[in-house]
Design a protein around this ligand. Sequence first.
Ligand SMILES: NC(=O)c1ccc[n+]([C@@H]2O[C@H](COP(=O)([O-])OP(=O)(O)OC[C@H]3O[C@@H](n4cnc5c(N)ncnc54)[C@H](O)[C@@H]3O)[C@@H](O)[C@H]2O)c1
Length: 145
Amino acid sequence: MSTVADLLKTKGQQVFSVSPETPVLEALRLMAEKRIGALLVMDGKQPAGIFSERDFVRQLAQDASFDVKMPVKKFMTTHLYTITSNHSVGDCMAVMTEHRIRHLPVIDSGDLVGLISIGDVVKQAIAVREERIGHLEDYMSGKVY
Ligand SMILES: NC(=O)c1ccc[n+]([C@@H]2O[C@H](COP(=O)([O-])OP(=O)(O)OC[C@H]3O[C@@H](n4cnc5c(N)ncnc54)[C@H](O)[C@@H]3O)[C@@H](O)[C@H]2O)c1
């Protein structure tokens, strides 16, 4: 099974983030501009939380006093599930499924080295499956012995 490191080689290591004081509207604009569903909230070099489309939608639905000028720190999820680059893509699927989350920051020895989403994991799993099917087809058609 391929690893998170393999996935990051294709996807890249850039992580889009905001500071805890960033107004929600600014964060939403960045998500729209980058076409992403979540931003890591960084307190200096330390991840302090994650702010996702879901956090926004829940807040909008539940809190009548919610204002997009408020800082993301009030609405971010502070309990971060993370993964390392040595973990497998299957491990990511398991964590995402168990905790019902879609984004995992990748942390190696305390350093942030990337962020992967459920779409990245599915894409990689499909690529591995297609490669296996290709090998099997080659084997069955006699192209490879
Ligand atoms: N074809 C592809 O390569 C590919 C890869 C991932 C997702 N998608 C599609 O995009 C749509 C939404 O994807 P999703 O639900 O996985 O979430 P998403 O929209 O948050 O993620 C889209 C892409 O942006 C990246 N991303 C998200 N937040 C980031 C951040 N803060 N910093 C750096 N990168 C960040 C993800 O890793 C992923 O590659 C789905 O339709 C999915 O199928 C396509």
